[in-house]
Design a protein around this ligand. Structure first.
Ligand code: MG
Length: 254
């Protein structure tokens, strides 16, 4: 069931989204070779709690940390720990917060020091794909219109789209209907209506898009162990169009 949000509910989601923007600004400052992913997680938790919000992922289905941090071939759901970032890594940082029962969920991928040109393009493509999806939005259009545009942008650059994990509605729960795939056909799927808030989150692979889950039960990696990127924003749709709740302009991502 798709729940439509009132202006008041979207205002609360905006507060949660503002907290995530602060997290991105703070954590991005600390991305450098030599830092452990767990330290980044601690910075994120402090920003969220100092803002009077709660981390949304901690304890979700038993996830132990505040952020999902996924390095290189890790696509999503990496668990922060004692892994030390090194020059040339790329790191996807996915974070959720709750304010008065309402959620925001967003992700960025950042380079650690200098990465290859192709990896920079991989990083940029996840964001560009989300923006291409939004550029395809017209009042009354369907999820598939956005999904097709996202897929086309990614594949036009020689990259691939992960199929197993998709975007979602968001609000009183972190994952609500409808599903928002990053691939598909225009004209298919639910109609986008005023009051919908969607977390759109393209996951892009440099090599083949097949993925598997590591022994820890969480970390999703590419089967060919080539790098992947991920970018996620929450978008509130209204009669007037849409607002990207979780994005600063200029963004700290790329
Ligand atoms: Mg999400």
């Amino acid at each position: 069931m798709i729940s439509l949000k009132s202006k008041r509910e979207i205002q609360l989601m905006r507060q949660a989204a503002d907290v995530l923007k602060l997290v991105f600004q703070e954590v991005h400052k600390h991305i450098r070779p030599g830092i452990a992913t767990d330290e980044l997680d601690q910075f994120a938790e402090k920003v969220i709690r100092d803002a009077g919000a709660e981390p949304a992922f901690k304890g979700y289905r038993g996830f132990p940390k505040t952020a999902c941090i996924s390095v290189n071939e890790e696509v999503v759901h990496g668990i922060p720990g004692n892994r030390i970032l090194k020059e040339g890594d790329i790191i996807s940082f996915d974070i959720g917060a709750r304010v008065q029962g309402y959620y925001a969920d967003a992700a960025r991928t950042w380079p650690v020091g200098t990465v290859t040109k192709d990896e920079m393009l991989l990083i940029k493509t996840a964001k560009d794909a989300l923006d291409a999806g939004l550029a395809a939005y017209k009042p009354g259009c369907r999820i598939g219109d956005l999904a097709e545009a996202i897929q086309k942008l990614i594949e036009s650059r020689g990259f691939q789209v992960v199929r197993e994990y998709v975007g979602h509605g968001i609000g009183r729960a972190i994952h609500e209907d409808p599903q928002v795939p990053n691939y598909g056909k225009a004209g298919q799927g639910a109609r986008i209506q005023p009051g919908m808030v969607l977390a759109i989150e393209p996951m892009v692979t440099q090599g083949n898009c097949a993925v598997e889950i590591l022994q820890d039960g969480w970390t999703v990696v590419t089967k060919d162990r080539k790098p992947a990127s991920h970018y996620e924003d929450d978008i509130a749709f209204s009669e007037e169009g849409f607002v990207i709740l979780t994005r600063d302009e200029p963004d700290v991502s790329v």
